[in-house]
Design a protein around this ligand. Structure first.
Ligand code: SF4
Ligand code: FES
Length: 267
C-alpha cells in the first residue's frame, strides 16, 4: 500500500448532545466504523450523521461549517480538550482523519465560554464577535474608486504585520481555549490589522476603546497571559498583537479617545 493510499480506522466518539440552550446536555456514544483516513473531521461527522439519519432514532449532530477550506471561521469544536483538535495551525474542517489512530476514543464538545452560549450540540452563538466588530472594527474613510496600489505607501514591516493579523477568521477558538474566556486575541488581531495601516489611523484609538468596551460588556474575560489562545489559533495569530492592543488601549484612555461620539465622531 502506498503512503497516500486511504485506509480505514474505527473510532469511538463521545459527542456532546444538547437539544437547546435551556436543557442540559450530555455525552452520547457513537461507534464510527470504517472511517477513511482521507476524510476531514467534518466529513467523518457527516458519515456519522448519515447513519443517525438512517436509523431515525434521533436528530443528526448539529455542528457549524461553511467553506470547509479553513477560511470562513464557521467550524469549530473541542476534540479531546483541544479547540479545533490536535493539529497546530489547522481548523477543524482541515483536520484529516489520518492524524488519528485506529481504536481511539474522541471526546467532541462545543466551544465553551460564557459569551458563546450553546445553540444546539456543537453549535454555539458567536454573534458576540459580530457585535465587537460593529462597535469599531472598521474604517469609515471614503475610498471612492479603487486607488492605484502605490498611492499610499506602507512600510513592508507594517504591511506584513497587518496582513498576519488580518488572517484571523473569527472562529472563536482563542476564546474557547482561554481559561478566562477572553476575546483579546481576536480583538487584538482586528485592532492590529486596521491600526497598522495608514487608512486605519483616524479612528485608531476610538476603535480600540469601543471594541474593548463591547468585549467587556458581552462577558468575555480578560487576558492573564496564559497564551492558550495563541496555541489554539488555527491562523497562528501572535500573542504580541495583544501587547499592541494594550498599548493602544492605554493611549485611548489617556487621550479620552473613547469619549468621541458616533463611529467617525471628531475625525
Ligand atoms: S485569533 Fe485565531 S483563534 Fe481567535 S478568532 Fe481569530 S483565527 Fe480564531
Ligand atoms: S468551515 Fe470554514 S473555516 Fe472551517
Amino acid at each position: 500500500m502506498s503512503a497516500h493510499e486511504a485506509k480505514t480506522i474505527n473510532l469511538i466518539l463521545k459527542v456532546w448532545r444538547q437539544p437547546n440552550p435551556n436543557q442540559p446536555g450530555a455525552f452520547a456514544h457513537y461507534d464510527a466504523k470504517n472511517v477513511s483516513t482521507e476524510m476531514s473531521f467534518l466529513e467523518m461527522l457527516d458519515v456519522v450523521n448519515e447513519r443517525i439519519t438512517l436509523e431515525g432514532k434521533e436528530e443528526p449532530i448539529a455542528f457549524d461549517h461553511d467553506c470547509r477550506e479553513g477560511i470562513c471561521g464557521m467550524c469549530g469544536a473541542v476534540v479531546n480538550g483541544q479547540a479545533h483538535g490536535r493539529l497546530k495551525g489547522t481548523t477543524l474542517c482541515q483536520l484529516h482523519m489520518r492524524h488519528f489512530n485506529d481504536g481511539e476514543t474522541l471526546y467532541i464538545e462545543p466551544f465553551r465560554a460564557q459569551a458563546f452560549p450553546i445553540i444546539k450540540d456543537l453549535a454555539v452563538d458567536r454573534s458576540g464577535f459580530d457585535q465587537i466588530i460593529a462597535a469599531g472594527g472598521f474604517i469609515t474613510v471614503k475610498t471612492g474608486q479603487a486607488p492605484s496600489a502605490d498611492a499610499i505607501l506602507v512600510p513592508k514591516k507594517d504591511s506584513d504585520l497587518a496582513m498576519d493579523a488580518a488572517a484571523c477568521i473569527g472562529c472563536g477558538a482563542c476564546v474557547a481555549a482561554c481559561p478566562n474566556g477572553s476575546a483579546m486575541l481576536f480583538v487584538s488581531a482586528k485592532v492590529s490589522h486596521l491600526g497598522l495601516l495608514p487608512q486605519g489611523q483616524p479612528e485608531r484609538y476610538q476603535r480600540v476603546a469601543r471594541m474593548v468596551s463591547k468585549m467587556d460588556e458581552l462577558g468575555f474575560g480578560n487576558c492573564t497571559n496564559h497564551l492558550e489562545c495563541e496555541a489554539a489559533c488555527p491562523k497562528e495569530i501572535k500573542f504580541t498583537n495583544i501587547a499592541r492592543l494594550n498599548r493602544d488601549y492605554l493611549l485611548a484612555r489617556l487621550t479620552a479617545a473613547d469619549q468621541e461620539t458616533g463611529p467617525a465622531g471628531g475625525f
